[in-house]
Design a protein around this ligand. Structure first.
Ligand SMILES: C[S@@+](CC[C@H](N)C(=O)[O-])C[C@H]1O[C@@H](n2cnc3c(N)ncnc32)[C@H](O)[C@@H]1O
Length: 251
């Protein structure tokens, strides 16, 4: 099937939308299977590849098909400034569970306990990818593969394991739950096999997750401030892990 529109429509129902050049670049870099990629301006997209993504330049050259602007606009919910979009195959739940369960682990797993904000979830997946975290697990109803989360994650869902699980199914490892009432994180070295849990934007950690926690930790914050934003809290905690011995991959 060579027609890009037909290929797009054949995969659209069960694939992950990669919205824009950077999402496609990241997904290819981290091994995503991409059956179709379209652009409104192939020459501009390949110039970006030459400038920013030499490592996946050949893959982009082979994949990207130019389509009329109208066709592109009819296939994406919101046109992206780069005029690039692609569909990627979502990794299986089994593959994610295998990655999450593997011990020993070289970097923590992040757990978002019943998150509500799709943008926060995307930002956290991007952070997890940047720090080389083993994965991001969500509990509750939010789908961590929702298109808005994927947009926020900039195609980096493929750089870490992303799955929704029950609190009773968390990966192995000591659970450090982040809460303003916990012990000061600055006195604690977070191990590589840590499971780092964060509460919901609205109501914080659930009772179920608190019961699973081995330790509650707080981020430094002056008393008049109630809490930090969820993604910001994850950023500080992963930074703390890296600053106290955790190794962020160098390549
Ligand atoms: C926006 S906050 C939740 C605020 C919520 N209203 C509450 O009652 O906790 C989201 C999550 O970020 C983390 N967090 C925010 N500020 C923190 C702090 N100072 N120390 C540790 N964790 C914090 C916690 O995991 C918290 O559940």
């Amino acid at each position: 099937m060579t027609d890009p529109l037909a290929r797009w429509l054949a995969h659209a129902d069960d694939a992950v939308l990669l919205d824009g050049f950077h999402a496609l670049k990241h997904a290819l870099r981290f091994g995503a299977e991409v059956p179709v990629a379209i652009t409104t301006d192939r020459r501009a997209a390949l110039a970006l590849a030459e400038e920013l993504a030499e490592d996946v330049q050949d893959a982009l050259d082979a994949l990207l098909t130019q389509v009329p602007a109208q066709t592109y606009a009819s296939l994406v919910p919101r046109p992206h400034p780069t005029g690039v979009a692609a569909l990627a195959v979502r990794p299986s739940r089994e593959a994610a569970l295998r990655r999450l369960a593997r011990i020993p682990r070289s970097a923590p797993v992040v757990v978002l306990d019943n998150p509500r904000n799709l943008g926060n979830a995307g930002a956290v997946i991007r952070l997890a990818a940047g720090f080389g975290a083993t994965g991001v697990v969500t509990t509750g109803t939010l789908d961590p593969w929702h298109p808005t989360v994927v947009r926020g994650g900039a195609g980096l869902h493929f750089a870490t394991a992303v799955e929704r699980l029950g609190v009773d199914e968390l990966p192995p490892g000591p659970v450090f739950a982040l809460d303003p009432e916990g012990d000061d994180i600055r006195g604690v070295r977070l191990p590589d096999d840590a499971v780092l849990a964060f509460g919901s934007e609205r109501s914080g950690l659930s009772d179920e997750l608190r019961a699973r926690a081995d330790r509650l930790l707080r981020l430094p914050m002056r008393p008049q401030v109630s809490s930090y934003n969820l993604a910001t809290s994850v950023a500080m905690t992963l930074y703390h892990w890296s600053a106290t011995g955790g190794v962020v991959p160098a390549s």
